[in-house]
Structure formats: structure tokens, C-alpha cells
Design a protein around this ligand. Structure first.
Ligand SMILES: *[C@@H]1O[C@H](CO)[C@@H](O)[C@H](O)[C@H]1NC(C)=O
Ligand SMILES: [Zn+2]
Length: 490
């Protein structure tokens, strides 16, 4: 672990921003857009050396000089042309660069030392984080705590640990330095200001994926390459997520919607971003070109499976296989399909976690929806389903999501795995649904005694739920019919 600490020290993350983001630079972008001054952007980009990739085009911010039509222009807090700050040329340049990776790379080129946050080396925290990693296969693993103990580096630390634990680094002769650099860049390309789709979600999905990889049905037949791909796909599956969903990107004419022809827009972007980082760091550069391309393709196929709007396709295929009992885990394509299902489950497993964890995720995802709704209202766009904070509650969104999306998936998953863990997950989901149902029906605080006996009783059970698979029923009628399927972007 000495080397680990060394790496932590050497490659401590610096601030970088994703390609698509909302931040203060929005005002500037709007201003520039209003002027129709795409030229400004083009000039800015022209001054920066762009690492060009031959052939296959991975998604990099560098590949989009037409960033000026970015939807982040919509997020401005300012009215049209109301700003004097934005018109200050110097400030404009500074702000535009601030969300570019180029800030990072140009700093490195100029030899400006990275800032090393010393607190990352805090022995106590590192020790506790390491201690948590001994139980990384527990379904109760508290990723929020782990993220705090690693000083916000849960995704790097967890993925690095898992790859090492499986011996994948030696097996695939991965260069430790490249690997660490890759993971740092992955973590940084998640938007930490997204309430939900940030690096902690990616770490959570990676941890869940690890739990599923250990399920006997998978563990006994997966190859090392399957495991490597599964973990990498989990870690990168939402890379550079803008915090808004596909319909939003389409209706605001975002360039990504155009690029991917309105189809799995986000997922394609996550995949291409991941490929971009693989190539930029050369993590697989020692492998034969054919293997490398296969890895990239399989990574894409896994990430694209997380498009929730395609859930029914995957689920009916899965159901058919299970009905006909013809999944053959010695066939590569079948293993790949199971990996896709595993990643889908990992991605939406929040309702299956113990209440205290599940509740936090629910609040975060709802907040992200509501923030999108706020933007839509501000710009007089139609407010997307589930995104109106006046019309929805955390509870009704959750109940609908569980009923129509999560329960059908996890029921089949449990049929496939037939393990204690898969039953435990269903058990938690039932209890969580009941808790939200109870909270929904709770009248305005009248009796202070009544509340703990309903809500908290469930909470206590949920946190320690045994695997009895009891699916508590609930007054799920609470406006759950308002919830359209597949509207949750994950
Ligand atoms: C994407 O959707 C928008 C809005 O519905 C539409 O105008 C556009 O033509 C679509 N693009 C493609 C390639 O289908
Ligand atoms: Zn996700």
C-alpha cells in the first residue's frame, strides 16, 4: 500500500471540468451566443493544441469547436444581455477556459506544479477508508461515508482497489501510473455539482457491480476480461453527465443530440468520453489493436445498456432466456448479456439499498430532476415529467420508479441469481416503498408521537432487513400513474 500512497500523492486530482456543464461561464456563453459570435470560441480553440484521434472519434471536449451552441447557455441566471461582467473580454476568456480540460493540460505543459491537497494523506482517514474496503462486498457498504473518508476520491480509490484485488493489473499488465491517471481523469470528468449524476453515483454503481460479479451465477463463469470490462463500464457509465436528461438535450438542440441523432444521446456520450480517456492515457496501448477495439466496443455495449428507455427490450430478452432456461454462461455473448443486465441493475439499485442509503439517493436524484424543471420553467420550456417541484414529491417519484422500473427488473434478476443478496435487495425495496408510502400519507405534523411509530419503524427494519424478501405492500396508488416509464435518466 506504500505505492498506493505514493500514487495518491503524485496524482492527486486537480480541478477540471467536464465538457458539458453549468457554471458561471454560462452567462458568458449566452452572451456570446446572442452575438452569434461562434468565432470567439473557434479562436479560443484554435489556440489550443487539440489531440486528434485518427479514425474512431471519441468524445472529447476538444472535438467540439461548436461548443457555442451548448445548452449550458440556458442556465444563465441573467436575462438577455444584462451583464457588464460578461462583456469584459479578459474575464470572458478566463471563464471560458475555466471549464476546459485545457486549463489542466496547458498548466502541465507549462510545468506549473499541481496543487497537492495534503489532507488527502491524512492517516486516520486513509486507515478508516482502507478498513472499509475490507468489506467492499457488503450490500450495506456506505459509499457516502467512504467518499468522505477518501476526501471525495471514492471512485478512484474503490475502482483501483477492485482492479487490484482481482489481480487484473498484473493479468492485463496495466501500467500503474497510466491506470491511476485514467481513474483520476474519470473521476474528474464527473460533475461534482450534479446532485445525483456525479462520481459518487459512479462509485456506488461500481460497488454494486462488484457485488453482482460475486454472485455465483456470474463468479463461476466470468472471465477476467469480463470482470475488467464490467468494472470499467460501471466506473465510466455516466461520464461527463450534464445533470439533465435526453429529452432536455433534444429540445434545446444540444449538439450531442444532433451528434447521436436523438438516440441514447447521453449513453453514447458517456461511452465516447470513456474511450477518449482510455486513449488519452494509453491504458490499453500495449494491447494488440484488435483487442483494444474490441474492449472499446464491448465497453460501449455495456454502457449503452444503461439507457433506461430501452429497459423493456433488455428485460423481455432476459425473461425469455430465463423462461427457456437457455442462458449458457460458457458462451461469450451470453456472458456479455448477463453483464449488461448486471450493470443495469447496479445503475438503478438505489431502491434496493438499506433505507438510510436509499433515502439519500432518492433525495439527490429528485433534486437533480427539480433543478432541470427549474431551468425549463425559467426558459419557458415545457417542464419534463417528474421535474416540477410543485407537482411531485420524492416519495411519489420513488414509488412510481420502483413499481414500474425497478421491481420488474430486480424480480427477474432474483430469478436468475437465486441468492440471498438478490432476495435482500427485493426485501429492502419493499420496505423502502412502504416507507415512502407511509411518508406520503403522513398528514401535516399533527401528532408528534404518531410520526416515529410509522416512518421510523420502517426505517429501522429497512436498515437491518433480513433476506426474507417480504415485499410490503403500500398505498402505491398515490399518483403513481403519473409516472411514465423510462423517464428516469441514469
Ligand atoms: C431530433 O429531435 C428533434 C426534435 O424532435 C428533431 O427536430 C430532429 O430532427 C431530430 N433529429 C434526428 C436526427 O432525428
Ligand atoms: Zn447511472
Amino acid at each position: 500500500m506504500g505505492f498506493f500512497l505514493f500514487l495518491l500523492f503524485f496524482f492527486s486530482p486537480v480541478q477540471r471540468r467536464g465538457a458539458i456543464s453549468y457554471d458561471s461561464s454560462d452567462q458568458t456563453a449566452l452572451y456570446i451566443r446572442m452575438l452569434g459570435a461562434c468565432v470567439v470560441f473557434k479562436q479560443l480553440f484554435a489556440n489550443v493544441r487539440v489531440r486528434s484521434q485518427v479514425g474512431f472519434e471519441p468524445e472529447r471536449r476538444s472535438s467540439h469547436p461548436y461548443l457555442c451552441i451548448d445548452f449550458r447557455t440556458l442556465h444563465t441566471r441573467l436575462g438577455c444581455g444584462s451583464t457588464s461582467a460578461s462583456s469584459d473580454p479578459e474575464r470572458r476568456v478566463h471563464r471560458l477556459l475555466s471549464f476546459q480540460r485545457y486549463l489542466h493540460s496547458s498548466r502541465l505543459l507549462r510545468g506549473v506544479p499541481q496543487q497537492i491537497p495534503l489532507h488527502i494523506l491524512d492517516e486516520d482517514y486513509t486507515g478508516q477508508a482502507r478498513c472499509m474496503l475490507e468489506k467492499v462486498g457488503n450490500w450495506n457498504f456506505d459509499i457516502f461515508l467512504f467518499d468522505r473518508l477518501t476526501n471525495g476520491n471514492s471512485l478512484i480509490t474503490l475502482t483501483f482497489h477492485l482492479l487490484n484485488q482481482y489481480g487484473l493489473v498484473e493479468l492485463f499488465q496495466l501500467d500503474m501510473v497510466k491506470l491511476w491517471r485514467f481513474l483520476v481523469m474519470v473521476q474528474e470528468d464527473y460533475h461534482s455539482d450534479n446532485p445525483y449524476h456525479n462520481a459518487v453515483h459512479a462509485a456506488d454503481v461500481t460497488q454494486a457491480m462488484y457485488c453482482y460479479l460475486r454472485e455465483p451465477m456470474l463468479a463461476k463463469s466470468l472471465t477476467s476480461k469480463d470482470i475488467l470490462l464490467g468494472l470499467l463500464a460501471a466506473a465510466t457509465h455516466d461520464l461527463d453527465h450534464p445533470g439533465v436528461n435526453q429529452p432536455f438535450l433534444i429540445k434545446t438542440d444540444h449538439y450531442l443530440a444532433t451528434l447521436y441523432r436523438n438516440t441514447s444521446v447521453l449513453e453514447n456520450h458517456h461511452w465516447k468520453s470513456a474511450v477518449g480517456l482510455l486513449r488519452e492515457t494509453g491504458l490499453f496501448s500495449h494491447l494488440p489493436a484488435e483487442d483494444r477495439l474490441n474492449m472499446e466496443r464491448d465497453l460501449g455495449s455495456l454502457i449503452l445498456a444503461t439507457d433506461i428507455s430501452r429497459q423493456n427490450d433488455y428485460l423481455s430478452r432476459f425473461r425469455l432466456h430465463l423462461d427457456q432456461e437457455n442462458l449458457c454462461m460458457s458462451t461469450a455473448s451470453h456472458r456479455h448479456f448477463v453483464l449488461q443486465m448486471a450493470l443495469k441493475c447496479a445503475d438503478i439499485c438505489n431502491p434496493c439499498r438499506p433505507w438510510e442509503l436509499s433515502k439519500q439517493w432518492s433525495e439527490k436524484v429528485t433534486e437533480e430532476f427539480f433543478q432541470q424543471g427549474d431551468i425549463e420553467k425559467k426558459h419557458k420550456l415545457e417542464v419534463s415529467p417528474l421535474c416540477d417541484r410543485e407537482m411531485n414529491t420524492v416519495g411519489n417519484i420513488q414509488i412510481g420508479f420502483m413499481t414500474y422500473v425497478a421491481e420488474p427488473l430486480f424480480a427477474e434478476w432474483a430469478r436468475f441469481c437465486d441468492t440471498r443478496l438478490s432476495q435482500t435487495m427485493l426485501g429492502h425495496m419493499g420496505l423502502n416503498k412502504a416507507s415512502w408510502g407511509g411518508l406520503q400519507q403522513e398528514p401535516a405534523p399533527v401528532s408528534e408521537e404518531a410520526q416515529p411509530s410509522t416512518a421510523c419503524a420502517d426505517t429501522g427494519d429497512a436498515a437491518t432487513a433480513p433476506s426474507d424478501g417480504s415485499t410490503a405492500t403500500t398505498a402505491g396508488g398515490t399518483s403513481s400513474k403519473e409516472i411514465p416509464q423510462g423517464s428516469r435518466e441514469s
